[in-house]
Design a protein around this ligand. Structure first.
Ligand SMILES: [Zn+2]
Length: 167
């Protein structure tokens, strides 16, 4: 089949119009207010090199750290909480609060920092959330948080890196 025949086949299937629509949509992305987050895709072997075993268990295998085990539970300084997998800023310290659960808790994330999915690990559906850049699992969202969101982002401390605000 020649290239011309191939293109003719694609257009008869409606595929060429699809790809031209995608091409038109691309420039609009750069005009949106939110930063476009480039995905970080690594193999499991690369993640194992990059992360500690405890970080790997949470971020790549959706493990849960022991409650009360994270030093970040008592972190009260101003600053930003970043993904330990890729460094993306996920939470501002102004949204952190003491939920009494033994896990660092936040009532909101930074804009477009996390994505969610439903999981059924405890039979009842829960909303899992993960880093928008590397897909690393961070925790679950519950509806018992404080105002203004009423949400609790229950985060594994080992999956976070705290960066204090410069004095
Ligand atoms: Zn990440």
């Amino acid at each position: 089949m020649t290239r011309r025949q191939w293109l003719g086949l694609l257009s008869s299937l409606g595929l060429s119009s699809l790809s031209s629509r995608a091409a038109q949509a691309a420039p609009a992305d750069t005009k949106t207010a939110l930063p476009r987050i480039e995905p970080l895709l690594l193999t499991n072997a690369q993640w194992r090199q990059r992360l500690t075993p405890a970080q790997y268990d949470v971020l790549r295998e959706e493990g849960t750290e022991r409650p009360g085990s994270s030093p970040l539970n008592t972190e009260k300084r101003k600053g930003t909480y970043h993904c330990a997998g890729c460094g993306l800023a996920l939470f501002a310290s102004s949204t952190k609060y003491d939920s009494g659960t033994g896990w660092p808790s936040f009532f909101d994330t930074l804009p477009s920092a996390v994505q969610t999915k439903r999981d059924f690990h405890l039979v009842l559906p829960r909303t899992e959330y993960h880093c928008a850049r590397c897909g690393g699992h961070h925790g679950h969202i519950f509806n018992d948080g404080p105002k203004p969101t009423g949400l609790r982002y229950c985060n594994n401390g080992v999956a976070l890196k705290f960066v204090p605000e410069a004095a």
